[in-house]
Design a protein around this ligand. Structure first.
Ligand code: NOJ
Ligand code: CA
Length: 712
């Protein structure tokens, strides 16, 4: 039986080889560029390696798991069988960067039996795509193993050189760090963990980094390591062994030091290695989505990609506050007069949203508890249903409805997750009663139950429970401070966005985000799923309400526009205050026009840490949008518009950095120009230091064809 199956693999996928008494079972990607090998030594130990066009991506690396209960290391096996198959199909996401996604891979399943007599069966499933490899451990239902506790996952990634690496420190609770760029051998997280502005962080090793981890080899390969379909398991950090440039999986522990509690049948998340010799192909990879399960929701008509404004930034820059005033001692509320979420203020935002075609208005600080919260590790802070006295729910519900706008709910859980779980049903019913269908959750602070971590199995299960429960109420979700995403938006399309990285908000109250930040996020965090980055800040210097405030946004105004295209999210915020948009209605037009859901995406040019140029076609419309963003260096590009439909003339509205713009000294200078272009045009883009360009393309009217200047 075994031989027959091996023979099938030889014919079907590649070759099997027995050299030095080791066995290699190979599997090639559909286009033949990637070769994966599953390796087995005579002592029963197993591993894998990966090559791209003959270059080593992952040199031989170990596989296996260490269990705590039963107490056994699953590292030596007998090979019982192998199985292979292939898929080449396409599927349509409910929303996304493209309207149809090809899922084309070859699969190898190796079926193993632990060798030292336990009889435990383990399978490893490998899928090789044209853009990379995914593999996971699978424990079938079996007589010798039912419930078990994982002590460690022994997966390794032996990268084949001292790559340029874009990394944030490993942590059990947060991913809101600034990125570092060093050689892999120079990773040292000890200096970057001190960021004071992160409310809960758990440093555990100076050699640890988080995924998605982006690397570039000296021989021109772009390699990204992450995971897909993280459910019922902790997130994976990576420990860098600098002496042999090997990354070792390190799972986030729970309160008593265990990693995962599983029951057969069980699978781990997929370990993903995306690889290409073109940076643009890393950004267009759909490997992580393909490795997630299709949604089981039959009615998705209530899921709506959208744009929002919010009673939000004004709190971050000190115009108003979340709390109403008072103290929890004796539950007293007494107004201090700076509360942001008042009925009158929310109406102002509703009016602005309605006038400008926005769908939603996020309102934070509407509910009792803020006066009691910050910095405490307290269990009962919020009940998610009691508004402050100056926030009139019913009146605002009617007012928003009369203006065709929806208010977006905010549930800051204060990381008291047991408390949130007790209130979830009540809170979601309350939302429906008052006309809300999007919730932004937040998990600022140390988790309760105490000892659990944001990225451990307990919380991973919580985030999934929230996705399921919100879906059952037809509620869309935007989660702040969750574990970083792994493509679950395919399974739960109500998962519009999450934060799980250092957002634009850090510019308001910390040293901020370096100008290169977003060009790294595109290659790291965003590979797992959309981010609520909160772009669109027009007022760059943040001393508007406090002349002593030194903080500023680390981009030009035009780069803020470009982010709507370069950083995909089906939920986009226009984060600044209405009055700051009203001062620049010509530039604000781009935010009004830009789509949030797309038929097609072309990554035109990109380099991690340097720049990204992206063009996208709006869903169901002949309208294209282009975003170009750069790091601290000014850059020029000649960008062909060959993505435009041949034979059509378009009006291009170009929002570019002013001639002397610069993120630091002249960030708000911009120029808007309109030209007639077609698919043969090559545009010259000139981005200021920390700058960007945003462009909309719509088919030109007959009159515009006559009157508009042809781009030369
Ligand atoms: C942190 C979130 O990222 C931010 O958006 C929110 O305003 C605050 N927490 C308060 O919940
Ligand atoms: Ca945050």
């Amino acid at each position: 039986m075994l031989f027959r199956k091996i023979f099938i693999v030889i014919l079907f996928t590649g070759f099997i080889q027995t050299a030095n008494a080791d066995q290699v079972i190979s599997l090639n990607s559909p286009d033949g560029n990637i070769r994966l090998g599953f390796l087995q030594h005579t002592d029963g130990s197993i591993g894998y390696h990966i090559f791209f066009k003959g270059k080593t991506v992952i040199a031989e690396s170990g596989l296996g798991l260490k269990l705590k209960t039963p107490d056994i290391s699953l590292i030596k096996f007998d090979l019982s069988a192998i199985d292979s198959s292939a898929a080449n199909e396409s599927w349509k996401p409910v929303w996304g960067e493209v309207s149809s996604i090809r899922n084309n891979y070859k699969q190898l399943i190796v079926k193993l039996t632990e060798r030292t007599g336990s009889g435990i069966q383990l399978q490893i499933i490998f899928r090789v795509f044209n853009d990379g490899v995914g593999f996971r451990y699978s424990f079938p239902q079996q007589p010798k193993l039912s419930h078990f506790v994982v002590a460690d996952e022994l997966t390794q990634f032996a990268v084949s050189g001292d790559h340029k690496t874009f990394w944030i420190p490993g942590d059990y609770d947060t991913n809101e760090f600034m990125y570092n760029t060093t050689k892999l051998s120079e990773v040292d997280a000890s200096s970057s963990v001190m960021s004071q502005e992160i409310s809960a962080k758990t440093f555990f090793d100076k050699n640890a980094v988080q995924t998605p981890l982006m690397m570039k080899s000296t021989d021109g390969l772009y390699i990204n390591i992450h995971e897909a379909a993280l459910v019922n398991y902790p997130a994976m950090n990576l420990l860098v062994d600098k002496s042999n440039l090997t990354l070792q999986a390190h799972l986030v522990p729970d309160a008593v030091g265990n990693k995962a509690y599983l029951q057969t049948p069980a699978v781990t998340p997929w370990r993903t290695i995306i690889v290409s010799d073109k940076a643009t192909e890393i950004l267009s990879s759909k490997l992580i989505l393909n490795l997630n399960e299709p949604t089981t929701l039959t009615d998705v008509s209530w899921i709506k990609p959208q744009k929002m404004v919010g009673v939000w930034w004004e709190m971050h820059i000190g115009k108003s506050s979340w709390d109403y005033g008072g103290t929890q001692a004796g539950s007293t509320l007494s107004p201090h007069g700076r509360h942001g979420a008042t009925t009158a203020n929310v109406k102002k935002y509703i009016d602005f949203a309605s006038r400008n075609g926005f769908d939603g208005v996020l309102v934070e600080g509407w509910n009792v508890g803020w006066e009691d919260w910050f910095g405490q590790w307290k269990e009962d802070v919020f009940d998610f249903v009691t508004p402050y006295p100056d926030f009139d729910l019913k009146e605002l519900q009617n007012y928003a409805a009369s203006k065709g706008v929806k208010i977006i709910m905010h549930h800051e859980t204060s990381a008291s997750v047991t408390n949130y779980e007790r209130y979830m049903d009540t809170a979601y019913r309350f939302m429906k009663q008052f006309g809300y269908d999007v919730v932004k959750t937040g998990y600022v602070g140390r988790i309760i139950p105490r000892g659990e971590h944001h990225d451990g199995q307990w919380m991973v299960k919580h985030y999934e429970r929230v996705l399921k429960k919100t879906a059952s109420y037809k509620i869309m979700l935007d989660a702040h401070e969750p574990v970083r995403p792994t493509g679950l938006q395919r399974t739960y399309p109500n998962f519009l966005a999450c934060e799980a990285a250092r957002g634009n908000e850090f510019n308001a109250w910390s040293e901020g985000n370096k100008p290169e930040h977003e060009t790294i996020l595109a290659f790291t965090r965003l590979l797992g799923g959309p981010m609520d980055y909160t772009p669109g800040l027009f007022r760059i210097k943040l001393n508007q309400f406090d002349s002593t405030k030194k903080e500023q946004i680390h981009t030009t105004l035009c780069k803020q526009l470009a982010l709507y295209v370069t950083m995909f999210s089906p939920l986009q915020m226009a984060a600044d205050l209405p009055e700051n948009y009203e001062a620049h209605m010509d530039a604000f037009q781009f935010i009004k026009d830009v789509a949030v859901d797309w038929d097609d995406t072309k990554i035109l040019d990109a380099e991690p840490g340097d720049y990204v140029i992206t063009a996208r076609k709006a869903k169901g419309k002949e309208a294209w949008f282009l975003g170009a963003m750069t790091d601290e260096n000014g850059r020029s590009f000649s960008t062909p518009l060959s993505f435009l439909t041949e034979g059509k003339k378009y009006r291009a509205t170009i929002y570019r950095d002013g001639d002397n713009a610069d993120w630091k000294n002249n960030p708000e200078a911009y120029t808007i120009e309109k030209f007639l272009v077609d698919h043969k045009t090559a545009l010259r883009l000139k981005l200021a230091p920390g700058g960007g360009t945003a462009i909309s393309f719509v088919p030109a009217s007959a009159e515009e064809v006559k009157l508009l200047k042809i781009y030369k």
